[in-house]
Structures are given as C-alpha cells and as structure tokens.
Design a protein around this ligand. Structure first.
Ligand code: FCB
Length: 442
C-alpha cells in the first residue's frame, strides 16, 4: 500500500515532520537525570500497564545518531523532539546537570548536520519529582520555575532552534492528569485540575516571554483537540458535546488568543481557580507565531444528569478504531481546522504537530506490514488538503511517532511508530508506513 499524495499536493514550503518526546524514548535512567512524577506514577501498581516505565525506553540517549539517520532517510524536513526538565535540572530548580544540556546540544547539532529542522517542546509531561512535592502544576510558582528552566535550556540551544513550543497539550497536563487521574500525578480533583488549567497557560506565557527576551522567534503553542459530537439529537447531548469541546479545545485557545475563559467552563471551575487569575492574561496572551494541533479522534457525548460538573458521559461510537480504541475520524480534523481559523487564529499558520495511530504491528521476516497506518495517514492528509483548499493556512504535518515507544499509562504495547522497536533487543525496523513516507517525500 502507498501514500496517495506527494509534496506537490501541498503548498510550497509545507513542512513534513515526525515527532517524539523525551521520556517516551530517551531512557531516563541514563545521563544523571532526576526523578520525575512519571517515574513515581509508574512505580505505583495499577497506574501503568505491566508496571512499565521510561527507564530504558528506546535507549535513544545512546542511539540518537541512528535515530536521526532514520529521520533524515525518510525525507522529513523537521523533527519535533522534547527536552526533559529533570534531565537538565534534576531537582527542577537550581543545579544544572551539564550532561543533560550536552546531550541536547549534540542532538540539535546532529539534526542540523542532517539538514533536519529542530522543533523543540520544553515540557512533554515529565515533571521533576521535587517540584511535584511542592504541588507541581497546582503551585503558582511553577510558572517561574518553568521560566527559569526555559532560560537554562534556550541559553544553550536556542540559537539553533527552528521553532519552539513551551508545553505539549495543556489539556493533558491539566484535565487528564488532575481530573481524570489517567496520567501522572494521577489526581481526580476538580480544584487541582482548575489550578493546573490556569497555571499551565501562565507557564506557557512566561516561557514565551523568556524566549523573546533571548531574541528567539518562531514560537508557538501546541494543543490537542478532540472533535466532540452529540451522541444523539437531544438538546442535552448537544450541550454535553459543547461543554466537552469547551473544556478540551476552547479553554486553551480562548486563554491564549482572546484573554478569556469560556463561560460554560467557568460555571464549573471558577470557584476553584487560583485568586487573581483574571490578572494573568497579559502574560498568557504573549503573542505566538503559530499554533500546533495534535489530533487523533472524535468523541460522542451525552448528558449525565445528577452528576456534578461537567455532568456528561462519553458514549462508544461505531467507527473503525485504532489499537487505542480511538475511532478514526479525519473529518473531525478538517472541521477543527476551519473552526480554529474562523474563531481564534485567522491567518496565523497552523501545524499539525501530532497525528498517527497505534496498531497491532508484528515483525515477520524482517518486515512490518501496517496498511491501516498508511490508510490513516492518507485520510488525514486528505482532510488537511481540503482544509487548505478552503483557506486554512495549514503549514506542516508531523506524524506521531518516529518509532514505537513508551505510551504512558499504556506502556509499550501501543505501537505508534513508523519504525518498529523490538523492546528486548532495541533493534529498529522501518515499517511499511515508513517506506511509504519515504517514497511520498522523495
Ligand atoms: C499525545 C501525546 C503523545 C502520545 C500520543 C499518542 O497526546 O502528546 O505523547 O502519547 O498522544
């Protein structure tokens, strides 16, 4: 199976890339990194499938040259990676781990040597344990700690960045991790979630300001979207879907692009927000140069009468699903692109900073056939082409992920990679989807 597009189907300069994150691939036990809340979460039985963790992961810490060779050989223009806070500052504040900074310095030079544009994210979820002890995202000081960490990293590698985003997916940092309890620190607490929802945006804004003061440009924000649909035609289900969309998508866009929070979410969280939240929007609204959107699936919602805020429930849909049990719905991506441009970003470039699927890939006779992934990419690329034709300035598409890796609470079983990783030998084998990308980008 092949990809049914090539570069000529997209505007001049459109960037094709692939993405990873530090904790998911590096091997956190190497190089003097400090403990993170993901290590603590994973060390608590019941949180991560098979109690797996990021100690070794893909051992990218030692195999990064081979990995960058694979990025380059696929023909990608850009590589989205993240820097680990605890690798650079093991206690989250104060002491800097020189080995950690040296690693990112080498990595960035390695990208440039291969003609790959370095696109960094400063926080992809592994909060240093020492900061979690102080309340983590619940503590307003986190914005200043994050600003200091931004300064330390970017004083070293900022001169060579193509683009930078402070935080990956603020919804996951706040709601998934502090309200749903599915990710570290595993809290299920509306007040903790509300504090995190605000502080994550404040930290984003301060980090942008630090990078501007260092003279950097091409700075953005990366959010994740789900396309919310009512499970049926009732008014109650429509309201549930709209509230889901507000909590998931609107909160972060409204904060950054309008300096306000959506009224339907404030109804439930305002009393839990940190005092003086209204005064922080000047920082939160620090201008960005682009928006990054991570998109995987849609959700069907209906009301859950009698339950406390947000009083909705997810309903299982019947579209084909990925190995994550996520429905495949490329139309949602196109609709969200149009909606975002119309309501929030106007002419600002939008990058799809993650899109991809987990499948039950197996290595047989040196080959991994993953036609479902090729089809998924085809259909989402078509959705982007259609959005572009309707005037949305989509400027790049990054596939999650370069290689199979530590899929958080689901451990190593969920294979998202274009490259298969054998977690016993750590051998990398390009899947058919990788070869299809290589042919399409040639
Ligand atoms: C995104 C995360 C990424 C990976 C994919 C599947 O939400 O940013 O680390 O887990 O989902």
């Amino acid at each position: 199976m092949k990809l049914n597009f090539d570069r000529s189907d997209f505007p001049e300069g459109f960037a094709f890339g692939t993405a990873t994150s530090s904790y998911q691939i590096e091997g956190h036990k190497f190089g003097g990194a400090g403990s993170t809340h993901w290590d603590d979460f994973a060390a608590t039985p019941g949180n991560v499938v098979k109690c797996e963790n990021g100690d070794l992961a893909c051992d990218h810490y030692h195999r990064w040259e081979e990995d960058l060779d694979l990025v380059a050989a696929a023909g990608f223009d850009s590589y989205r990676f993240s820097t680990s806070w605890a690798r650079v500052m093991p206690e989250g504040r104060g002491q800097v781990n020189a080995e950690g900074l040296d690693f990112y310095d080498r990595l960035v030079d390695g990208m440039l040597a291969r003609n790959i544009k370095p696109c960094a994210t400063l926080y992809h979820w592994e909060l240093p344990s020492a900061l979690a002890d102080l309340g983590g995202w619940r503590n307003p000081d986190i914005a200043n700690w994050f600003a200091d960490y931004t300064q330390v990293v970017m004083e070293r590698i900022g001169d060579r960045m193509h683009s930078v985003a402070p935080v990956n997916e603020p919804w996951c940092v706040a709601w998934l991790s502090h309200f749903l309890g599915a990710h570290a620190p595993g809290l299920r607490d509306i007040r903790a979630a509300s504090h995190a929802m605000h502080h994550v945006l404040l930290a984003h804004g301060k980090s942008i300001q630090v990078m501007r003061s260092l003279g950097m440009d091409n700075l953005g924000a990366i959010v994740n979207f789900e396309y919310a649909m009512p499970a049926d035609d009732s008014e109650a289900s429509k309201k549930a879907a709209s509230l889901y969309e507000s909590i998931y998508n609107r909160w972060y866009l409204a904060g950054i692009f309008k300096g306000e929070y959506p009224a339907d979410v404030l109804e439930g969280v305002e009393k839990h927000l940190p005092k003086g939240w209204q005064d922080d929007f000047t920082t939160i609204q620090a201008p960005v140069d682009w928006l990054g959107v991570n998109y995987y699936t849609r959700k069907l919602l209906k009301a859950d009468p009698g339950a406390p805020f947000p009083a909705y429930k997810e309903v299982e849909g019947n579209l084909p699903k990925t190995a994550m049990e996520w429905e495949i719905y490329p139309e949602g991506l196109e609709n969200l692109m149009l909606w975002t441009k119309e309501n929030y970003t106007g002419d600002l470039p939008i990058f799809i900073t993650e899109n991809g699927m987990a499948s039950y890939d197996t290595l047989e006779n040196g080959r991994v056939a993953d036609p479902a992934r090729i089809d998924y990419i085809n259909r989402h690329a078509a959705a982007l082409k259609s959005a572009i034709a309707k005037g949305v300035p989509v400027s790049g598409y990054f596939i999650w992920s370069l290689m199979d890796n530590f899929e958080w609470a689901l451990g190593y079983d969920k294979r998202f990679g274009l490259i298969h990783v054998d977690f016993d030998t750590l051998k990398r084998t390009p899947k058919d989807s990788y070869l299809a990308i290589k042919a399409a980008l040639a």
